[in-house]
Design a protein. Structure first.
Length: 219
């Protein structure tokens, strides 16, 4: 599995081990890997590939190389159009913290990423989605990356993966109110993909999500 192995609840410990005992893996690479997992909240509505198209929102490839609110064919809110120039780490940090505060009237209904370490990781990962990756590091880049599930979901293997995927579309408290078998959880994921526009998960990620949900929120 690409994302679910290294970055569970105790990211600070994994960060320490990786940076101290794996010289070939830089601190920035660890941050980017954490950001890839956290960025499930972005992937729910945006494509990341070089030839990405508009889905719910505009594609994010090449974000550093175009002006804010400038992707051709997407109807941006007036609040976002008021921002001049290109995206940088500081603007992205403010936007991800609260899209509504950054651009009142935004079409992006996502409430934001409250943890500064998680925002820093997402921004570092987004930098890699450019032909010439910028050095997008915020002042919070050295802070622990906390899962959006901390304090809500039951701690366990793949909690962070589940939290990142589920929080992209709805409150995690909705997850905690369920009690479904693995088969019913699987059916619910299929319904979300087919009826609610959720991106299909990679097979390994889907299995990890189903095991976690059926273990902690099963019958």
């Amino acid at each position: 599995m690409k994302t679910a192995i290294l970055f569970e609840r105790v990211f600070p410990l994994s960060f320490f081990l990786l940076t101290c005992f794996s010289p070939q893996l830089s601190a920035n690479e660890v941050l980017i890997s954490a950001g890839e997992q956290q960025a499930f909240v972005c992937k729910a509505c945006h494509q990341m590939e070089p030839n990405g198209v508009i889905v719910v929102g505009p594609p994010l490839w090449g974000l550093a190389e175009r002006n804010i609110a400038s992707f051709k064919g997407f109807n941006y809110s007036e609040g976002l159009k008021q921002h001049q120039g290109k995206w940088d780490a500081e603007k992205l940090d403010a936007f991800l913290a609260s899209p509504e505060a950054f651009s009142p009237g935004t079409k992006m209904t996502f409430p934001g990423v409250k943890d500064p370490g998680a925002r820093a990781a997402i921004i570092a990962w987004l930098a890699t989605k450019n032909p010439s990756p910028p050095n997008w590091l915020t002042t919070s880049a050295s802070e622990p990356v906390r899962s959006p599930g901390d304090g809500i979901l039951t701690p366990g293997k793949n909690m962070a993966l589940v939290a990142a995927i589920c929080s992209a579309c709805h409150s995690l408290y909705l997850v905690t109110q369920q009690g479904l078998s693995k088969e019913r959880w699987d059916e619910l994921l299929t319904w979300m993909v087919e009826e609610q526009g959720m991106d299909e998960l990679a097979p390994d990620d889907r299995e990890a999500v189903l095991v976690y949900l059926s273990t902690y929120y099963g019958l």
